[in-house]
Design a protein around this ligand. Structure first.
Ligand SMILES: Cc1ncc(C[n+]2csc(CCOP(=O)(O)OP(=O)(O)O)c2C)c(N)n1
Ligand code: SF4
Length: 272
């Protein structure tokens, strides 16, 4: 059986990648491109939409159509694309700052509308591109360049938010669990309606350095140890859960997507 490499979607003349060594972004990019290949996605009918940030630079390396938008607004642009041309595969790549901090409101409403696109949020627990400031997903008590004595705020659970807002598919993976990540991305791309894959990923340059995980290997150990199944998490009691997070598929449903609902209402308005 042939093995998908995803290389045909890699824009080789843009190499080398701009990301720091040990950054998780390259692993997420590889998983996405392999998923494209396994699903037979074409360049002409696929649009990758990005915001601003290190992960938001990913479209530089992908041969499909791309739209590099403004910080926090990628989902608004992507919603417009999908509403106008429902035949396109629309994939939105955002960091945790981009997707759920400055972009939190767009995130809630894209999920609520159940617009048929896939959001891949790389959660490295800080604003990588601008120097490691804390974001909405920075864990409580952890250290960043703007929480030098520990984060007084609690972290936002991106997957829980997408689930309650109405997303049809929600999964959390990590760059340590590469094969599972690729499968989640494939399932998300295949799902009609809003789908989210959150990827917990290392930023050794900032989050790692600030939290005693300076090397990429230490960060991968952190993901290996702290990413647990829902069953494992539920077996833990109270404070034991601290620092652990659930990985795997968290929601999977088939509510009608925005474009389907829109066409139904339009037909009603036209008396059909
Ligand atoms: C409206 C606006 N505000 C702030 C910025 C500065 N800015 C650029 S990237 C970024 C944060 C990036 O963090 P994240 O989205 O988590 O992505 P990462 O770099 O970690 O992949 C910020 C605050 C901007 N470009 N535009
Ligand atoms: S600053 Fe962090 S997120 Fe940005 S490329 Fe470097 S390691 Fe990756």
């Amino acid at each position: 059986m042939s093995h998908a490499t995803g290389l045909k979607y890699l824009k080789k003349d843009s190499l080398p990648l701009m990301w720091c060594s040990g950054c998780g972004n390259g692993i997420v990019l590889a998983a996405l491109l392999r998923a494209f290949e396994e699903l037979g996605y074409g360049n002409h009918n696929t649009v990758v939409v990005t915001g601003i940030g290190c992960w938001g630079k990913a479209d530089d390396y992908i041969t499909t159509n791309a739209l590099h938008t403004t910080h926090g607004r990628a989902l608004a642009f992507a919603t417009g694309i999908k509403a106008v041309n429902p035949k396109l595969n629309v994939v939105v790549l955002m960091g945790d700052g981009d997707g759920v901090t400055i972009g939190g409101n767009h995130f809630i409403h894209a999920a609520r509308r159940n617009i048929d696109l896939t959001a891949i949020v790389v959660n490295n627990c800080n604003y990588g591109m601008t120097g490691g400031q804390f974001s909405a997903t920075t864990p409580a008590d952890s250290f960043t360049s703007t929480t030098a004595y520990g984060n007084p705020e609690r972290e936002l659970d991106i997957c829980a938010l997408a689930g309650v807002a109405g997303a049809n598919y929600v999964a959390r993976g990590t760059v340590y669990h590469g094969r599972a990540l690729q499968n989640h991305i494939k399932e998300a791309l295949n799902k009609k309606g809003f789908s989210l894959v959150e990827v917990v990923s290392p930023c050794p340059t900032h989050f790692g350095r600030n939290n005693k995980m300076k090397s990429a290997v230490n960060m991968l150990r952190w993901l290996k140890e702290k990413g647990v199944t829902r069953e494992e998490y539920e077996r833990m009691t109270g404070p034991e859960k601290n620092g652990y997070f659930v990985i795997g598929k968290l929601a999977d449903r088939n509510a009608p997507d925005f474009n389907t609902r829109y066409e139904e209402i339009r037909a009603r308005a036209l008396g059909q």
